[in-house]
Design a protein around this ligand. Structure first.
Ligand code: BG6
Length: 441
């Protein structure tokens, strides 16, 4: 069933995000019949487009393009919308720099958008703990928290949503999901590319604010949180917050790739990190004793987001008398080539008792037909329907900032060559995720 009579307004519609992700996702929702009768998409911004010239920027079927409109600046928007239909729901996607979120929210509220309206914002939600609290207070002076949708696009990824399903819909894994059986958890999100044209933004943020504070901590929450009482956004939020509060950072490492300072928009004396690594502890009954490491970097040796779970070794008995049988591992391939791999040991066929490592794989491509949907498509639809399950609450983002605050911009900066991995001093025994490259590919 499609959502009827909904006006979706993209504020900042001439930008890259709107063109590359948002409008295509809305077109896909329209094609799937998810945007029903009377629903329209309005671009708003400083650029001087007409409806026609705005439509001509997109190469979609006329059935969708005829639902696209453009309104320059925000004043007068409410009146204009009243000429385009009779709407019961208004969604505002602020595809804007975070510095203007508050001013824009105020403008929308002044225009008279109140109940029945929602605003969607993208990270970064603040710059540190103090500023995130301030941003949340400013936004909630215009809109109720229930009307604010904070996007973390990782939560829209299929392989990320599958983490809770994997944990809580399979009898096999639930009993071992604790420090008694799990020796370590590693989360690695690497990109071999640099920062493209985003120097001005990235140089202020660094990888810690860009990836770790949001995407990586969200992954860690899904992997380690207690089972929520229900799948309601509220119950899930409660578990994530309690978990974030029980985390502490044991050590951190940061590095910058050579040549970063020469990139457009970057301060030539910048000390911003392009790579960060953390060792963390979760100080609760389930996880005390499990080693946790997360890392993210630009200009790294490879591109890929993976999670590795190492189980504890077996006693040195029977087949493992020399202690040379590799403990089981579970690898979540978040992207590319989404899948889950179990590393097991198995007898090699033949007359001697040789044992070898083998994999058991679940690959999305083999198990499910069709394309894996784009994260924005799912998240936009949820926001349009008013479902907050996959969105980040004010409290969650503040708890994540609070955890990271002590290490933000702190510590010596190391250097590495683009296309290589920095030599971290945290002593983490990282799983060779590249070894799993061919699986699910
Ligand atoms: C964004 C970051 O949130 O996520 C980017 O701002 C990063 O710097 C991107 O490249 C990674 O997203 P994905 O979906 O390609 O892993």
């Amino acid at each position: 069933m499609g959502v009827n009579n909904c006006a979706i307004v993209i504020v900042g519609a001439s930008g890259d995000l709107a063109k590359r992700k948002l409008i295509p996702a809305l077109n896909a929702l329209f094609l799937d019949g998810r945007l029903g009768e009377g629903s329209i998409v309005v671009g708003s911004g400083r650029s001087d487009f007409t409806d026609e010239s705005f439509r001509s920027r997109f190469n979609f079927a006329d059935s969708f393009r005829s639902r696209l409109y453009y309104h320059r600046y925000l004043p007068g928007l409410k009146k204009r919308l009243s000429t385009l239909g009779d709407f019961s729901r208004f969604i505002f996607f602020l595809a804007l720099p975070p510095e203007v979120y508050t001013a824009t929210a105020r403008e929308l509220s002044r225009e008279g958008f109140g109940p029945g309206a929602s605003i969607i914002i993208e990270k970064p939600f603040g710059y540190d703990f103090a500023s995130s609290g301030q941003l949340n207070r400013e936004l909630t002076s215009c809109f109720d928290e229930s009307q604010i949708f904070r996007i973390d696009h990782y939560l829209g990824k299929e392989a990320v949503q599958n983490i809770l399903v994997f944990r809580y819909a399979n009898t096999l894994f639930y009993p071992i999901w604790n420090s008694r059986y799990i020796e370590s958890i590693q989360i690695s999100a690497l990109e071999d590319s640099g920062i493209f044209e985003r120097g001005a933004y990235f140089d202020r943020a660094g990888i810690m604010r860009d990836m770790v504070q949001n995407h990586l901590l969200q992954l860690l929450c899904l992997l380690t949180m207690e089972a929520p009482t229900s799948l309601s956004p509220e119950d899930i939020r409660l578990q994530k917050i309690s978990l974030l509060r029980s985390m502490s950072i044991e050590a951190s490492f940061r590095a910058q790739y050579n040549g970063y300072r020469a990139e457009t928009g970057v301060n030539p004396e910048s000390t911003t990190e392009t790579y960060a690594e953390l060792r963390l502890a979760i100080n609760d009954f389930r996880w005390t004793g499990t080693t946790i490491a997360i890392r993210s970097g630009k200009g790294a040796s490879r591109k890929g987001t993976e999670i590795g779970i190492r189980l504890r070794p077996l006693p040195k008995l029977l087949f493992n008398t020399r202690g040379d049988i590799a403990p089981n591992r579970i690898i979540f391939k978040i992207q590319p080539n989404e899948g889950i791999i179990l590393d097991l040991s198995s007898k090699v066929p033949g007359t001697d008792a040789a044992i070898s490592g083998t994999h058991m794989n679940f690959c999305y491509r083999d198990s499910f037909a069709g394309e894996i949907p784009e994260a924005y498509k799912r998240l936009l639809l949820d926001a349009i329907k008013g479902d907050k399950t996959l969105f980040v609450s004010a409290e969650e983002t503040e708890a994540a900032w609070k955890l990271l605050d002590p290490v933000l911009d702190k510590g010596d900066l190391s250097y590495y060559h683009k296309g290589t991995m920095p030599e971290s001093n945290l002593g983490v025994n990282w799983i060779d995720f590249e070894a799993y490259k061919g699986i699910c590919g």
